[in-house]
Design a protein around this ligand. Structure first.
Ligand SMILES: [Zn+2]
Length: 384
């Protein structure tokens, strides 16, 4: 049976225009495990969309052969609002121009509303609690009355994702090695570790159970973490494992990478029991997970332009020079440069491009390290 293609209609924001989100279901609605995958919430981040482009024919074939056990939801480009933001010949996909919001912030924390609805009925039967919480989350979303297209996008997308066993939010960075962000509740479970191994992640970072910034993957993990904290006596498992996958750099879009990412995702889906079959042995995990508190974020102190000494994916040492900010008007050669050095032993997993402008406070690079660092402005935030 062919994949079922569906469409979410967003309300019109201007006369004569309206947008829609296409999504596909493979397998049967309600089957378990349920895996939800979306790409390009920051609209011009296409490596994940390319991976899904290569994955979907494989899912179609698996469906034709009756191999899909669970339910797999795929949203290849989840953000038509950002897709349409063409400004002066530039695609501005990261922030909603109407409200200046990062598209991957302000997702819906349903925990208070779910608690109000079912909190008193949460007991020591974990599976019964999972059912109650998922049902209540759907009811809460069903009662919301979003007004504009972005609010509608958030509510309608979460109706698709909120009851999933696994949520994969596919992003990319400006210049990066493949890495992922998850929460400390999710990492100990083998699923995310296996995903990191299957995808060949160069670095994996975990945040506290629920970050304040309300990212898409953060609210899915956070629903369970928040309820668990609130009802310590009740058995509340981490029923949704969610992860933000940064699929290398914005320009890393090719058939070769897309094909291999799709193969890796397919193998992981088999491993999780969503598709029948014997997955090949798990590849070696390239790096253990590291805490967000150990992440060294290189903030520029001044203006100039950037040149890097190290490439994403490289292991670096504390004190090693990562990049220079060059004052373009200075005639002093080496003295026109300010060097920025790593605060930790670790893995440089993302950075800006050579030649980018830097300004005070701008993030120039990120390094995953295993030891917590003294807190600095924004260092615990996830600006993916
Ligand atoms: Zn992104």
């Amino acid at each position: 049976m062919p994949a079922n293609i569906h469409s979410i209609e967003l309300p019109s924001m201007t006369p004569g225009s309206h947008k829609q989100i296409k999504w596909l279901r493979f397998g049967k609605a309600g089957a378990r495990p349920k895996v939800y995958m979306q790409a390009a919430i920051h609209a011009n981040e296409m490596p994940g969309t390319m991976a899904l482009h290569h994955l979907m024919p494989q899912l179609l074939e698996a469906e034709r052969k009756g191999l899909i056990v669970g339910e797999i939801i795929v949203v290849p480009t989840v953000n038509p609002i950002g897709q349409a933001q063409l400004v002066g010949n530039v695609h501005a996909g990261r922030y909603n121009l109407l409200s200046n919001e990062n598209f991957n912030r302000n997702w819906l924390d349903l925990s208070d509303a779910v608690a109000e609805r079912v909190g008193k009925r949460l007991g020591d039967d974990g599976q019964a609690n999972v059912k109650r919480i998922r049902k209540a989350a759907h009811e809460v979303l069903g009662e919301m009355k979003p007004l504009n297209e972005l609010q509608t996008l958030r509510v309608e997308i979460m109706k698709l994702s909120v009851d999933s066993d696994y949520v994969l939010d596919l992003h990319c960075d400006i210049h990066a090695a493949l890495h992922l962000f998850t929460s400390e509740c999710d990492w100990p479970n083998g699923a995310i570790r296996e995903l990191a191994a299957d995808l060949g992640a160069k670095a994996s970072l975990y945040n506290e159970s629920y970050a304040r910034s309300l990212t898409f993957s953060g609210v899915h993990a956070g629903l369970w973490g928040r309820l668990r904290d609130r009802y310590a006596q009740a058995a509340i498992p981490q029923a949704c494992m969610s992860v933000t996958v940064e699929m290398r750099s914005q320009f890393d879009v090719s058939d070769a990478l897309g094909r291999s990412d799709a193969d890796n995702l397919y193998r992981w889906l088999m491993r999780r029991g969503a598709i029948k079959g014997q997955a090949q042995p798990l590849p070696r995990l390239l790096s253990p997970a590291m805490p967000m508190s150990g992440m060294d974020v290189g903030y520029s102190q001044g203006t100039g332009f950037l040149v890097f000494h190290v490439k994403p994916g490289a292991r670096v040492k504390k004190g090693q020079a990562i990049c220079d900010v060059i004052d373009p008007a200075s005639a002093l050669g080496p003295k026109a440069r300010t060097a920025y050095k790593s605060q930790t032993d670790g893995i440089l997993f993302s950075c800006r491009l050579d030649g980018y402008l830097s300004w005070p406070g701008q993030v120039m690079y990120r390094i995953a390290g295993s030891q917590p660092l003294p807190h600095r402005l924004g260092a615990s935030g996830l600006d993916d």
